[in-house]
Ligand binder design. Sequence first.
Ligand SMILES: *Cc1c(COP(=O)(O)O)cnc(C)c1O
Length: 401
Amino acid sequence: MSKSDDQSLRPATKLVQGGRRPEWTGDPRLGGGVVNPPVWRASTVLYDSIADLKARGAATHDRLYYGRRGTPTVWALADALTGMEPGAEGTLLYPSGVAAITAGLLALLAPGDHLLMVDSAYEPTRLFCDGMLRRFGVETSYYDPLVGAGIAALIRPETKLIFLESPGSLTFEVQDVPAIAAVAREKGVTTMLDNTWATPLLFPALAHGVDVTMMSLTKYVGGHSDAMMGSLTATPALWPRLRKATYQLGHAVSPDDCALMLRGLRTLDVRLTRHGANGLAVAGWLAARPEVGRVLHPGLADDPGHALWSRDFAGASGLFGFTLKGADDGARARFIDALAHFGLGFSWGGYESLVVPSDPATIRTATRWDDPDALVRLSIGLEDPADLIADLERAFGAMAG
Ligand SMILES: *Cc1c(COP(=O)(O)O)cnc(C)c1O
């Protein structure tokens, strides 16, 4: 058994040990190994003989065959991520989070199938459903993120997949994932969750009944805003199907990027703890400000998602939203432009704080977002929250003009 397969270890220990198999970090002929799996860059793999070539071609994983099938650096990252998710068979890696989502949907759906997609999903996920998936004969219906076990009424004979994202992008509704997963299991429908916000540290998805869990590693796993990647981690029943589709689609990731992701993964526990604490400090401060309509953070006691979040999640990460009371686009722009310690940019989960404006009303179809106040999303980094709070206070002053 490899170190990362030892499910008796606690998550923080698994983050440190995951993927560091002796055969990937050393060579017996050298008399020892190094701490980290070296960066194995490869397209061509060389064989000893025709028999060797045939044997390795038949292997399904962790054997050098051709660059696209990965090298030990790639396998180490996949192995470490699998180890973080009790109940998982394996992990597949993609050049971005969106590529992981689209590959998963293509692997699990066929023409004539019906997909139930959460209305609070990340916008590019919707674009793929309404674009390429529709063109390929898959019908998507959007459902209320708060539907819970009521999802049963939306399942049709041709429904093959329920896609979840919790908390939801931009609006942070917490879904009752165990209830939805239980209904899906009973009806023979597969579930797939975008777990980028929580990571398996805060929400081990398969243990909550989900079949396939997805992450944009670009966010907290990478953690340093300098690399992009996505992952799918799946149950033994679904992993072979995802693997086959992934090979057919030709997805491959760079070993250099995998080394960056492995570096990020080692410190994920300490970073996420700090992101979560800093985020709650800022969110709590915002909630008491007269300029703020409401704060969308399930870690706050009066948030509508707080009870489910407390039941299911081991903590919060650092991404949340808030509305500016009575503010229009212009006031929001004055506020955001006045911030000095928040970069204005997409993505999140890096060590540095970010801000973006967001407008969920224009995206939804199954539910309505009718809060007229301008919405702002913050990704709280590892700065001292007192400096971030002082910056926000200055920007409120600038917004008032
Ligand atoms: C960023 C993001 C993705 C996509 O990840 P990329 O690596 O940017 O392609 C998917 N889901 C959520 C919730 C995200 O925030």
